[in-house]
Design a protein around this ligand. Sequence first.
Ligand code: TXA
Ligand code: MG
Length: 316
Amino acid sequence: MAEIGQDIARAQALLKDGKVIGMPTETVYGLAANALDAHAAAQIFEIKNRPSFDPLIIHTDKLEKLENWVQCIPDQLKTLIAHFSPGPLTVLLPRKPIIPDLITSGLPRVAVRIPNHPLTLNLLAQLDFPLAAPSANPFGYVSPTQAEHVNRQLGDKIEYILDGGACKIGLESTIVGLENEKLTVYRKGGLAIEAIEEIVGKVYVNEHSDSNPAAPGMLKSHYSPNKKMHLIDGSSKFHFRERVGILSFCETWSEIGTQNQFILSPKGDLNEAAQHLFAGLRYLDEQDIDDIYLELVPEKGLGRAINDRLRRAAAH
Ligand code: TXA
Ligand code: MG
């Protein structure tokens, strides 16, 4: 198992030495390595068992550092970064040649974000290279929102996990870029589309699927744990059998044993629901049941990203 702690100097030393560590962010935990060192970054793919055509996001602490790694920042994207960074926003920018092909899967743009976590911002401030960091889960499994989740799944493959507590947002970052000069959302995430639209007006939402290789990380079954999963919405009627569990938005279900229920937010708050989503999927995946019912949440704010993850989890 990896060691879990808050030793930034140790994390820094490991990263400078080309090693991979677990790192907290406000969205989910990342599996981090020096993004300018292709050999270090290659280990991320190996540890996650991630296909090399799935590009990585690079993380830094300051907008001013970006010019070392990207050619330019279009005005609209600069406005968004200024408003929402540090925070759950990732932008796609034309990369400089210093960014290895492995990071972008050979694509002309690199994904960049400034995460909003004090420990990680402190670490990034002491590094002169950005950190490549995908979510710290084995490929195809649920993203980790606690250091312990990382340790259980990847602890035998890394030496150290920086412990930043439970992630405050709980959903991966929202990915935004320009397509034909139109602001486009490539992944719904921890920054609500409504919040973006308040600043820059209407944006285009690109719904990714298996057939769209532009964002390979959005494969349909990307968030599935091990059990059979079924979607339900508020109006569905079900005859629940034995051995089923439910991930519900705010209500308890009298048909199902309490042990096999996970309620995302008893008070019906979508931000709280987002925070608990992946821990809930993990919890139910560990119960002695065969099927998990996933209740869709209201399709607004972070609810859009939550439903996106639920639909992917249920798609086989
Ligand atoms: O919140 C987050 O974004 C977390 C934390 C750790 O920062 N990271 C994360 O990384 O979710 P990951 O690797 O699990 O998802 C990154 C996704 C890729 O699968 C792909 O869809 C998209 O970001 N992506 C990355 N680089 C890209 C690029 N150059 N062009 C298009 N899409 C890109
Ligand atoms: Mg991921």
